[in-house]
Design a binder for this molecule. Sequence first.
Ligand code: ADP
Ligand code: GLC
Length: 483
Amino acid sequence: MRILFVASECAPFSKVGGLGDVVGSLPKALKAQGHDVRVLTPRYGFIPGHMFELHSAPLGVPLGHGEIWCGILESRLPDSDVPVYFLRNDEHFGGTDVYLGWGGDLFGLARFALLSRAGFQLSRSLNWIPDIIHLHDWPTAPAAIMLNTVERFAPFDRTASVFTIHNMAHQPRFPKEGIEVMQVGWSEYKPDGLEDFGELNPFKAGLYHANMLTTVSPRYAWEIRTPEGGAGLSHVVEFRAADLVGILNGIDEDVWNPETDRYLPAHFDAHDLSGKARCKTALQKELGLQVRPSVPLIGVISRWTAQKGTDIIASALDRLLELDVQIVMLGSGDPQLEAHLRHRSRFGGGSFCAWVGYNEPLAHRVEAASDLFLMPSRFEPCGLNQLYSQRYGTLPIVRSTGGLDDTVEQCQPLTGAGTGFKLYHLSPDSLVDTVAWAVSVYRDKPDLFRAMQVRAMKKRQGWSVAAKAYLDVYDWALQRKRA
Ligand code: ADP
Ligand code: GLC
């Protein structure tokens, strides 16, 4: 099967969150199962272009009332022969921001309408027509509408679309004149298309137009059918429920592997955790924490937003530290939270450190060094850090929502089972209670804690299972399209 991923992020070249991780690793797993998979993504200003091969012919991409001329650079996903095509147009993508905010401005729509349409033009110019175009969240949702309108003819009349929902909450809206930017025709300005309360909502149109829908965990697939989880579109998800499948994300085991991780000062596996203890000491030194091997070290790595419950951690922070633990927070986001946590870090007394910013190597070191990992999300479509944590023997403490509920097994003191600790109600009180429970297991029941670590580390979380499930979805999409 020929599969084209069109996406706004692709790790390691560009990554704002987990969407980038998924686009950087799922294609490799599909390729390993014998399929011809390729990725199209923007060449943002921060991606060094000189390393990649430049296609000689420029690509003309229809947009608005004319055509935009773009370059195509080519590379490969690391450790694979999956081609990645970078769409180069400095006016639209030359800056350093992947996203430009929450909509409003037609330029924000034009950038990703350009990327979406470029998928078709690139396929034509390569004379490589995909069976499936696989789209990710609102930025490339326009390609699903284009496939049903301006691009419905040969050679794309047998191509089907799959739209993966990574996060229903990310729904920028644009002025209705954006219809002309996208060239899809005013007939698409309707409630069961692009129109949403007088504006354009590409996410909504993606939900209506794609041949099949997926989201990144079974539990989230159910949650988004409810008004609480559907971010204003639960009725649309409900309407398409028969075409929606929840498939858990995997992890890239080449990158997130404590036995080989290139960012770690020492390596370890489920049978021998002595390397993990060395990672802990090294991180305590690196971040100016007291070097205490036996203190429970708790890691947090996330965007500091309401979604991730960072405000709840901030409210509970003093009470958490009274449990005699150390806490390391790596992230950035809400400016008030950043200021508060930075300030708190200055008076951390060797037990609290907030590292503000994005730092991939440090993220690996925090995962490896910590004993526990905190992820009290308000909602979480899948979540990747709790998966990395389990792989690194770092037991996650999570709110039982979305993919967190699907991927973490609650601690069972009687049977010794479980891979983490779940809280059901989100509040500073219940967070403190659950952390206190986890800390008591760490201190008072080391055998149980160790058994949970082994169980977590031995879980198979690679992409091969998910890849098989996506292949089924691709088949169903083709059946719907070609029926
Ligand atoms: P989301 O996509 O909602 O942000 P995920 O858990 O799916 O959440 O993915 C987040 C990804 O981004 C993970 O790979 C995580 O390690 C990474 N990440 C988040 N914040 C940072 C940071 N400050 N530094 C390094 N990596 C980060
Ligand atoms: C989104 C979600 C996150 C998920 C990621 C990758 O950013 O917030 O839960 O893991 O996409 O699918």
